[in-house]
Design a protein around this ligand. Structure first.
Ligand code: SF4
Ligand code: SF4
Ligand code: FES
Length: 416
């Protein structure tokens, strides 16, 4: 039996707390239900202690950053009180004074920094808006080059959460720092525009950012490139962001990893406004570019929502699009024309479509034996669907069953 890890005993705001040796004061306080506000810290990343929002009094010469300060036996910590709150309020005002006058707001309720501003009466109802008379900062640029993430350097407080999210959670190592003094800023690769850098658009930095310096761009018309299967629908302007969205817990439908997500649904426009990663043991709030930004298919005009059956007069099978028909030994290539292909199909009910598939499979088995059948499942299916599929495959005596989840789930495991 392994021995229990050694503990230290300390007092936080008069409460006796025991914490595993090596814990920080912030961790010990959190485990004891004592809230200490943070900005640069997130328990998923290595603590760096750069913003000093979490300061506490440990009886030293200066206040200590509780997110990096380890607990010591017998320590007496004051985590709240007029002096500490005044410090946090001044720090919040200083950070807010550098924020853009018209921020790109990600969420209706505002960022973590805005929430702190509200807590200290600096923004929101009843706030004078003068931020303790501090001069306002201006002049830092924006970077609109990424197709999915907007960057506003004026809103950046250099907390490095995005840097650590990119390095430690996603192992992409794209974001760093450049410049000195007031010119210090986050940088992508060797200070390239984000859209030209090696960023893979996973959005983890945007999720980490406590100030809306990194925000999701709305799925603007220019992202709605035509799919190769159809004429481009007329782009519509993105609807205005509604005051409230309905959070719907669900799963990413793209691959067998099955990351947990929250879809923020604009019910009035029947659309997903954006997707967040959700806490779960599978994905720990992380997402890839498909899970975070690939959701506009749900309301795409070309999406098939009903089964289609090939019309009898469209047999024998062959290329339906002139782009794929072989002419003089060559395929002309180009885009498959939706309007040319669709007339060869008719809509059907699920019962009719499934009945037809079952009948055809039985015909193949009767004519050629079960070795003529093989099952290939999709990584887009859930574990339960994969289980049902292999049960079906076994009942049909198909000798081979596989799924594309083998490829993408394996890759994801390697990256951890
Ligand atoms: S962009 Fe956001 S997360 Fe990154 S350093 Fe700036 S404030 Fe922090
Ligand atoms: S790895 Fe990407 S595509 Fe697969 S479930 Fe997670 S977010 Fe979706
Ligand atoms: S939250 Fe501790 S220093 Fe930033």
């Amino acid at each position: 039996m392994s021995a229990a890890p050694p503990e230290v005993e300390l007092t936080i705001d008069g409460v006796v707390v025991r914490a595993p040796a090596g814990s920080t004061i912030w961790e010990a306080a959190r485990a004891a239900g004592i809230e200490i506000p943070v900005l640069c810290h997130d328990p998923r990343y290595r603590p760096v202690g750069v913003c000093r929002m979490c300061v506490v009094d440990v009886g030293g010469r200066v206040l200590a950053a509780s997110c990096v300060r380890p607990c010591e036996p017998g320590m007496k910590v004051t985590a709240s009180g007029p002096e500490i709150e005044a410090h946090r309020k001044l720090l919040t005002a200083l950070l807010l004074a550098d924020q853009p006058q018209a921020p790109s707001q990600q969420r209706p309720e505002g960022s973590d920094l805005v929430a702190l501003g509200r807590r200290y009466g600096l923004v929101g109802e009843g706030a004078s808006g003068d931020l303790l008379g501090l001069p306002r900062g201006t002049g830092r640029p924006q970077d609109p080059s990424s197709p999915v993430i907007g960057v506003d350097h004026q809103a950046c407080i250099l907390c490095d959460r995005c840097v650590r999210a990119c390095d430690e959670l996603q192992s992409n190592e794209v974001i760093t720092r450049s410049g000195k003094g007031y010119k210090a800023k986050i940088a992508f690769d060797l200070d390239l525009p984000m859209g030209s850098s090696s960023c893979v658009s996973c959005g983890e930095c945007m999720d980490a950012c406590p100030t809306d310096a990194l925000v999701n761009k709305p799925l603007a018309p220019r992202r709605r490139r035509p799919l190769p299967l159809a004429p481009a629908p007329e782009p519509k302007p993105a609807p205005p962001q509604p005051a409230a969205l309905t959070p719907v817990p669900t799963l990413c439908p793209y691959c067998g990893v099955g990351c947990s997500v929250t879809a923020h649904v604009d019910e009035a426009n029947n659309k997903v406004a954006w997707i967040d990663g959700r806490d779960s043991r599978v994905s720990d709030r992380r997402l890839c570019v498909k899970g975070r930004y690939g959701f506009d298919y749900a309301t795409h005009p070309q999406r098939l929502t009903q089964p289609l059956i090939r019309r009898e007069d469209s047999y024998p099978k062959g290329a339906l699009s002139s782009a794929l028909r072989v002419k003089e030994g060559k395929r002309p290539g180009g885009l498959v024309d939706y309007a040319e292909v669709m007339p060869h199909f008719r809509e059907a009910s699920w019962d009719e479509a499934l009945g037809l598939v079952a009948r055809r499979l039985l015909e193949i088995r009767e004519r050629h034996g079960s070795s003529a059948l093989a099952g290939f499942g999709s990584a887009k299916g859930s574990n339960e669907e994969a289980y049902l599929f292999q049960s079906w495959s076994a009942s049909a005596s198909a000798p081979t069953t596989s799924t594309t989840a083998r490829a993408c789930a394996t890759r994801r495991r390697w990256r951890r």
